[in-house]
Design a protein around this ligand. Structure first.
Ligand SMILES: Nc1ncnc2c1ncn2[C@@H]1O[C@H](COP(=O)(O)OP(=O)(O)OP(=O)(O)O)[C@@H](O)[C@H]1O
Ligand SMILES: [Mg+2]
Length: 336
């Protein structure tokens, strides 16, 4: 059996059916992400695992034991919430040391572990400060340190980086991932940010309205969205109707919609030969948006527009009005 198993989990709040027959397995030592839009049930599933919510039906197993009805503090689970909750009357050192003191570890060991963890989250210089003297992002990092320092069996992270600015957030994503792998802590991470999910996860479970829409590695989910919802949520897919796409490219892609990533469309001024593996159509650049490292060009065809990404080197490759040939490798196209 996997390390954590959710079996046919249903959760209702009154008549609101929030989790619908969720089956989910987490392997030991993995970082698994629950990704999905607001209100789809991510936090509720974490809270059920932590024992902060009762499931309406279904079973939860941890390390071979059923824990569905076990009280929260017997589950060996550490959690960092969406709204972090530090002890306001304790300084940073004491907040982080809290769980270790409960475990009655020797003082010198507590001191060393706390200082090491604060170094990892970049807060060594705030060790004597109180939560009210810290920024939101700093408080969030204290909450992370406090949860990780006890090396729990399972770590639950519910959007722990949402209050943190972009650059620090990117660094912390990599740091959390590094610490998690180093300590081998089985972790369930919740986010609605696809980039964050890509960077951090062994496995992603994409949630949609109380159900798992798709599960897979970051690469699988990114390159092979199973549904239109998945393709809308992940990457920056072009999602034309198959009929329109086939008309312009002279192809016969089956299904209702076609999912084409902007980075698999290559643009050139010179004609490109169409082959069995390569679709080509002539279009016109209608607009572009600069994203720094890449430029997203919109190419207009007859009753069809597609975005194509080009890596920016030192100049714009095309301007509005340019005629271009758009070439797409057939095997990278996803039929939906
Ligand atoms: N204690 C509660 N009582 C009643 N309804 C609740 C409770 N907690 C959550 N819900 C409802 O359950 C649904 C899912 O909420 P949940 O917090 O799990 O979503 P989420 O995916 O974590 O969203 P977000 O990304 O906004 O945090 C929502 O419709 C919410 O209103
Ligand atoms: Mg939530």
């Amino acid at each position: 059996m996997s390390y954590i198993r959710f079996e046919k989990i249903n959760k209702l709040f009154g008549t609101n059916h929030v989790l619908k027959d969720i089956d989910l397995d987490v392997e030991k030592g993995q970082l698994v992400t629950l990704l999905g839009p607001s209100g789809c049930g991510k936090s509720t599933l974490l809270r059920c695992l932590a024992g902060l919510e009762q499931v309406t039906s279904g079973h939860i197993y941890l390390d071979g034991q059923e824990i569905t009805d076990v009280i929260p503090r017997r589950r060996g689970i550490g959690m960092v919430f969406q709204q972090y909750s530090l002890f306001p009357n304790m300084n940073v050192r004491d907040n982080v040391a809290y769980g270790l003191k409960l475990k009655k570890l020797p003082k010198a060991e507590i001191r060393q572990k706390v200082e090491q963890m604060l170094d990892i989250v970049g807060l060594s210089d705030k060790i004597s400060q109180y939560p009210a003297q810290l920024s939101g992002g700093q408080q969030q990092r204290v909450a992370l340190a406090r949860a990780m320092v006890t090396a729990p069996k399972v770590l639950l992270l519910d959007e722990p980086l949402s209050a943190i600015d972009a650059l620090l957030r990117k660094n912390l994503q990599i740091e959390i991932r590094r610490i998690q792998q180093q300590l081998g802590i089985t972790t369930i991470f919740v986010t609605h940010d696809q980039d964050e999910a890509m960077v951090m996860s062994d496995m992603i479970h994409l949630f949609h309205a109380g159900k798992i829409e798709q599960s897979g590695s970051p690469e699988q989910i990114y390159t092979h969205p199973a549904t239109k919802f998945a393709a809308t949520f992940i990457g920056n897919y072009n999602l034309p109707a198959a009929a329109d796409f086939n008309r312009v490219f002279g192809s016969a892609i089956p299904g209702k919609d076609v999912a084409v990533r902007p980075e698999i469309i290559s643009l050139s001024r010179k004609p490109v030969e169409k082959t069995a593996d390569l679709l080509v159509a002539q279009g016109k650049i209608s607009s572009h948006i600069s994203h720094g490292n890449l430029v997203r060009f919109t190419v207009d065809f007859e009753n069809l527009s597609l975005n194509a990404d080009v890596v920016y080197k030192n100049q714009m490759d095309f301007t509005e009005g340019d005629t271009v040939y758009a070439a797409i490798r057939k095997d990278l196209i996803v039929a939906l």
